[in-house]
Design a binder for this molecule. Structure first.
Ligand code: FAD
Length: 416
């Protein structure tokens, strides 16, 4: 861009949520000091700023924290080390040659980085993505928007509520809305199993007497200015509404908790290949994308169940990125990780076979008394026995390099 001085840095981190913060702190500890976090919001912390309930940090800190408390532990470390960051600054472009352009309070700025770390998080699927027929009244919110109204802006958006989708944010909002005096009539889930964590079903729905109806969906939205009600139908095994099962619910608010989508517009512009199942980048065990020197972690890579794993993943990324900056290269990763239909996805998708690596994966439907197995040329190289495996829970499966022979693909599947 003409007239803009290009500044030189070792690493630009795009996004100052838990993934970006953890990556920055680890890079600093590894001796990479010429780095910059760029965050488009006014404060660091990512989406955790609005998650004021507790339950964060159990894995990492062995204590239960609220979202802001969890984020503050990392922000304090960034401040204490004097790691540079810009807030109110939106990254507009990342090129394949690692030039980063951002709109900042001082105007447009550009950096040439040796490595770029993508930690932009995810956004929620909206009504538009579902295509529910009906009117376009106010009163249809995603769970995150309702959460922001209540927790950040002290505004009560609802009185009589129906929730579509049993994602974790929706269930957490069912409890929050109830505590704030609203009446949550029910949660409807189109799948035959819940999409959120069992602990949230227990603590947010059962404890408050809120019913969860599986294999149900909203098939019409009513109301001209404000929502007046929704039609709910049962669905068949192909998730098609069954005629004659319609039931009307009178309500002023429909909360949608129907999935999260990684924010990958910048990644695509940089030439990063995406995995059609995770909708995040395809990465190797160093969390490096197909574009050398561009790395990704956190919810922009794949949607996590717990923030603790986001931080751990970003720290592993930072270790690899620090080696990349110091040595100019990383071990090649020629072994591809494939799955059958029982597994929704794995991250990483490629490994070196020379270092210990942990696969993060999700099953595509619930299984009981099963084994998650990894085979190479039909030889068992790793397994995990599970009483219950559900899509809502991310599973970690370590693979030891000593068990691998050659560069053949790994095949991951569920055996019952
Ligand atoms: C609405 C919502 C509510 C959630 N509630 C919970 C919950 O209650 N419990 C739980 O365990 N998990 C919750 N999650 C999941 C939670 O997002 C993750 O656990 C964790 O915050 C992911 O960390 P992250 O750093 O990958 O992403 P985020 O926390 O989303 O951080 C990404 C950051 O990148 C910034 N960014 C994005 N694009 C740009 C750009 N172009 N330029 C500059 N900055 C950019 C964003 O502003 C954001 O601050 C929620 C997620 C959402 C979307």
């Amino acid at each position: 861009m003409e007239g803009i001085k290009i500044e030189k840095v070792d690493v630009v981190i795009v996004g100052g949520g838990p993934a970006g913060l953890a990556a920055a702190i680890k890079l600093y500890e590894k001796g990479i000091r010429n780095l910059l976090i760029i965050e488009r919001e006014k404060q660091l912390g990512g989406i955790l700023r609005q998650c004021i309930h507790d339950g964060f940090g159990l894995t990492r800190f062995k204590e239960t924290l609220s979202g802001p408390e969890y984020a503050k532990r990392f922000i304090d470390q960034v401040e204490a080390r004097g790691i540079p960051y810009l807030t109110d600054a939106a990254v507009l472009e990342v090129t394949g040659s690692k030039v980063v352009t951002a709109a900042t309070r001082e105007g447009l700025r550009q950096w040439q980085a040796k490595a770029v770390i993508l930690t932009m998080g995810c956004r929620e699927r909206t009504r538009g993505a579902l295509g529910i027929p009906g009117e376009r009244p106010t009163g249809v919110f995603t769970a995150g928007v309702a959460q922001a109204y209540i927790n950040l802006y002290n505004r009560m958006p609802a009185r009589e509520v129906v929730i579509l989708g049993s994602g974790d944010i929706g269930m957490i909002m069912a409890r929050r809305l109830t505590l704030e005096g609203a009446h949550v009539q029910a949660v409807f889930e189109i799948q035959p199993y819940p999409s959120g964590l069992p602990r949230n079903i227990e603590q947010c729905l059962h404890d408050y007497g809120i019913p969860l109806y599986l294999s149900h969906t909203v098939t019409a939205i009513h109301g001209r200015e404000r929502l007046t009600g929704v039609t709910v139908s049962k669905v068949d095994g192909h998730m098609k509404p069954i005629p004659g099962t319609e039931r009307e619910y009178s309500c002023d608010t429909l909360i949608l908790s129907v999935g999260l989508l990684p924010e990958n517009e910048l990644s695509l512009d940089a030439g990063v290949c995406l995995d059609e199942r995770t909708r995040g980048a395809v990465v190797d065990e160093h969390f490096q994308t197909n574009v050398e020197g561009i790395f990704a972690a956190g919810n922009v890579l794949h949607v996590h169940d717990l923030v603790d794993f986001v931080s751990l993943e970003a720290e592993k990324l930072a270790e690899a990125a620090a080696s990349y900056i110091k040595d100019g290269k990383l071990a090649p990763c020629p072994i591809h990780v494939r799955t059958d239909r029982s597994i929704n996805h794995t991250v990483p998708q490629q490994i070196s076979g020379t270092g210990k690596v942990s696969l993060s994966l999700r099953v595509s439907r619930p299984f009981e008394n099963c084994r998650i197995v990894v085979r190479q040329d039909d030889m068992l190289v790793a397994e995990k026995k599970m009483k219950k495996a559900i899509p809502a829970e991310m599973i970690q499966l370590p693979i030891c390099p000593e068990k691998l022979a050659g560069h053949s693909d790994l095949e991951v599947s569920v055996e019952c």
